[in-house]
Design a protein around this ligand. Structure first.
Ligand code: PEP
Ligand code: MG
Length: 886
């Protein structure tokens, strides 16, 4: 029972191995800050274990927990010399959630708890500030009613807006004590109407309700979505933090703010934050008032006229500065800190590792190594490889004229174009039909999270750089422009106005999250410049990784990009894709549709020079490195002509009539093309196809040699084998053609032959198959398909049901199913190496670019992973992390 509640001063916390698991991130950090001697308001944490007990106890708090809470309250009362519910000197508390890792805006918070019709009078007398006391009470009623009593927040907001309109004022701070009195009455009436009960006056009842609401919020819809998106297990649960209140809204010597120790967008080593005078916590993030800058420098840079905290509260600012530096040094990471100033005294309410963009993560990691705060290894492990993607993708082309219709804050970098939508649901719906959207909202709330994820970019008209939209977008890697006040949204008519320009739902806009610009239409993009910090991290990663990283590429463009990103060769060149473009697909279709060997040979003769040239161009780019060329593997359904126009084109090029082509398509039709006449089966039936391809490869190689291009070693790969005999026959074919070309040019050709392992039988028969293989490359797209018996083309229809029912934790086509497909890979690797000790092993399915799958490949000692060009840096970093985690 000793693990139920922990006072922030509890000495035992120091000995807990993973305090975050029990106290949640917020609770663990509050206790740690207390130990560091920082000014933290007294309080305690109800542990994550209670969340589980609460659920098992029919959503009620167990008796022992209730007892502990009373004891802990007593201890806060002693430290603050206030009493909970007292009519002279009442203790007010905050109740906040706190999971193991921070889930910004996801869970519930209640402030000023302990106020009722009596204690509010006591607070007025004690502080001699009636306006403050009433303001605090109305805030409490609002928060409590929303979080605990489930009354919609906007009903209260509307009442405030109405009263401000009546009084002819703009800001909440312009309302007087009597106005808040009036609102408190109206709020209580609303509660009565909505719940058929009076607003609770008993402070113990208030506390009980608030704690239960936090535990319940762990299972709310928005928390469920967040947990799913971030792969947070349900059993973690949340802790609850109960802390005595300090007030930033007691007058002009009070303030509240949020500050990052470094810039979370760029990583620059300067404080970055916002504060508001005479305000309470939620005001800063809610975006209802525009916050001011913390430092004078930031104020000047932003061209703001509002004084910074450094100017208005110089002494407190110095204390804050000292605290920020101390916290960053202690945690050895950039911190995101919430603070409150009450009558010129600084209080720290929270510190956590700050969310940051990929660009900032890299710069901060590199800088911290230089500052000797962390090691290279720690720097590498700090960066989430998946986020690197956002740095490599295109940014807006500066040379193209853009029609800027509004500006906002550059809240999350990157550029995105898409159709305007005003609701999260619409963004999600259009994403389902592959349409890009920009989600445009006055402000976002945690309910919008699924739409923010589905949209390509986010635009808000209210809220600062630490608003919900900004924080969440940065975390997700979505471009975001926030606080674009020039835009006025009309949700009713589904349009917005920027000056005299009207933009309707469905119109296309572009946003640039790097500079806050909003533009009409689609603006073309260019490849971004890679920063020196990025290159430093990549070089450090290369020092530690053992896995080689290759790329999947069959075009010059992709091969160039991949090589620039550090690819160490090509791991998969899908030769049928070389014919994907409009003009060339005809050749492949002609070849597939050929009825006789003669027809086929004629088409193949036309294909040969193209293939040879393509190979030559790729070999030139990849000079000095290995290139795995896979012989033709076209599942027929992907390549047969479908539309009447396509059929007509093939018919006229083959000089046969339309009907003949149609009949032939009918003849070739397969019920299960993925299990059909594809892969090496095609090479067995029509050896002339593979012969032509080998000829093209070797001819290209000879020409490169003549041109003195640094040699590449082709690794000729036979797809979709399931027996050793298939490979034996086709290996002989490759050798025969190599012999022919060597003889023709009187030159020696170096090459190796291997196979893809894409079928469970091939994995099980690896010992036999490897007699004829110099290498295995795991085609985990097909291997996943054939192991599960789930079509890779059709799984989308039911995959969500499998994810929702927790049958799959993650789509097995995205991240390798280690216990099933992975087991087959392990079997194939060890059986293959039994026969051939030098057997080279790699993976070329989509999983080759997924960090978790890469970690698996590293663990089982594969030689390389191969992935799409833009994933190469991701794979380099993931491979280094995998090595460091061993
Ligand atoms: C695979 O199956 O994993 C593979 C790389 O081949 P493809 O995706 O072309 O079938
Ligand atoms: Mg395959």
């Amino acid at each position: 029972m000793s693990n139920l509640t922990f006072n922030f001063n509890n000495k035992k916390i120091k000995n807990i191995k993973n305090p975050r698991n029990i106290l949640g991130g917020k609770g663990a950090n509050l206790a740690e800050m207390g130990r560091l001697g920082l000014p933290v308001p007294p309080g305690f944490t109800i542990s994550t274990e209670v969340c589980d007990l609460f659920n098992k106890n029919k959503k009620k708090l167990p008796k022992q927990v209730l007892k502990n809470i009373q004891l802990e309250l007593k201890s806060i009362e002693k430290l603050t010399r206030k009493k909970f519910g007292d009519l002279k000197n009442p203790l007010l508390i905050s109740v906040r959630s706190g999971a193991r890792i921070s889930m910004p805006g996801m869970m519930d918070t209640i402030l000023n708890l302990g106020l009722n019709d009596q204690t509010v009078i006591a607070l007025t007398k004690k502080t001699l500030n009636g306006r403050f006391a009433k303001d605090s009470y109305r805030r409490f009623i609002q928060m409590y009613s929303n979080v605990v009593l489930n009354i919609e927040g906007h009903l209260f907001e509307a009442m405030i807006e109405n009263l401000k309109l009546n009084r002819g004022v703009l800001l909440d701070t312009d309302l007087e004590e009597s106005d808040w009195d009036e609102l408190i009455q109206r709020f209580k009436e609303l509660v009565k109407k909505e719940t058929k009960k009076k607003f609770p006056q008993n402070v113990q009842e208030q506390l009980y309700g608030a704690i239960c609401a936090v535990f319940l919020s762990w299972d709310s819809q928005r928390a469920k979505t967040y947990k799913k998106l971030n792969q947070i297990p349900d059993h973690w649960g949340t802790a609850v933090n109960i802390q005595s209140m300090v007030f930033g809204n007691m007058g002009n010597d009070c303030s509240t703010g949020v500050v990052f120790t470094r810039n979370p967008s760029t990583g620059e080593n300067i404080f970055f934050g916002e504060y508001l005078i005479n305000a309470q916590g939620e005001d800063v993030v809610a975006g209802t008032r525009t916050p001011q800058h913390i430092t004078k420098k930031a104020k000047i840079n932003a061209g703001s006229n509002e004084p910074s905290m450094e100017e208005t509260m110089p002494k407190v600012y110095q204390a804050l500065k000292k605290t920020l530096l101390k916290l960053e040094k202690h945690y050895k990471d950039m911190q995101d800190i919430e603070f409150t100033v009450e009558n010129n005294k600084l209080w720290i309410l929270q510190t956590r590792s700050g969310k940051r963009t990929a660009e900032a993560a890299i710069k901060i990691a590199v800088d911290m190594v230089k500052e000797k705060l962390i090691t290279k290894k720690e720097a590498i492990l700090r960066i989430d490889p998946n986020t690197l993607d956002t740095l490599l993708h295109p940014t807006l082309d500066k040379n193209v004229e853009k029609k800027i219709i509004a500006k906002g804050l550059p809240a999350s970098p990157g550029a995105a174009s898409g159709k305007v939508v005003f609701a999260a649901e619409e963004a999600e719906r259009l994403n389902g039909v592959m349409q890009n959207t920009i989600l445009v909202r006055v402000e976002t709330s945690p309910e919008d999270i699924h739409g923010m994820y589905a949209a390509k970019g986010i635009l808000t008209t209210r809220g600062g750089m630490t608003s919900h939209a900004a924080v969440v977008a940065r975390g997700m890697g979505r471009p975001c422009v926030s606080g674009s006040t020039e835009i006025i949204i009309d949700y009713e008519t589904k349009q917005f106005k920027a000056g005299n320009i009207s933009v309707k739902e469905g119109d296309t806009i572009t946003i640039d999250g790097a500079n806050g610009e909003v533009m009409l239409g689609t603006v073309p993009t260019v490849q971004p410049k890679i920063s020196k910090y990025f290159l430093t991290i990549m070089n450090w990663a290369d020092e530690f990784r053992k896995l080689k990283i290759r790329t999947n590429s069959e075009t010059e463009k992709d091969s160039k990009v991949a090589r620039e990103f550090g690819a160490e060769g090509i791991g998969l060149c899908r030769t049928e894709h070389m014919f994907f473009d409009q003009e060339r697909i005809l050749f492949i279709r002609q070849m597939i549709l050929s009825k006789s060997k003669e027809d086929r040979n004629n088409t193949l003769a036309k294909l040969l020079p193209h293939q040879k040239n393509d190979f030559k161009n790729i070999f030139k780019i990849m000079h000095g490195l290995p290139v795995t060329v896979r012989l033709l593997d076209p599942p027929l359904h992907e390549f047969l002509p479908k539309t009447e126009k396509e059929i007509e084109e093939v018919a006229s090029s083959l000089h046969v009539d339309h009907k003949e082509v149609k009949d032939r398509i009918e003849e070739l039709h397969e019920q299960n093309p993925m299990l059909g006449h594809r892969g090496c089966r095609l090479g067995i039936s029509f050896p002339e196809i593979y012969e032509m391809q080998c000829e093209a490869i070797f001819e290209a190689l000879v020409e490169c040699k003549k041109e003195k291009i640094k040699s590449i070693t082709p690794e000729i790969m036979i797809p979709l084998v399931s027996t050793d005999i298939e490979l034996k026959i086709l290996r002989e074919l490759v050798n025969r053609i190599a012999g022919k070309i060597q003889k023709k040019y009187q030159t020696k050709i170096k090459y190796i032959v291997g196979t893809m392992i894409e079928l469970p039988r091939a994995a099980l028969q690896a010992k036999e198959i490897s007699k004829y293989a110099d290498f295995f490359s795991f085609g985990t797209n097909d291997l996943t398909q054939t192991t599960f018996g789930i079509s890779r083309d059709d799984s989308g229809k039911f995959l969500n049901d499998y994810l929702n029912n927790k049958i799959f934790e993650i789509d097995p086509f995205v991240s390798l199913d280690q216990s099933g497909v992975g087991e087959l890979i392990k079997i194939a690797s060890s059986r293959g190496r039994e026969t051939n000790k030098k057997l080279k092993l790699g993976i070329c399915g989509e999983h080759g670019g997924d960090p978790k799958s890469i970690e698996f490949c590293s663990k089982i000692d594969l030689d390389y992973v191969s992935c799409s060009p833009f994933r190469v840096p991701v794979a380099r970093l993931a491979a280094a992390q995998a090595e460091l985690k061993k």
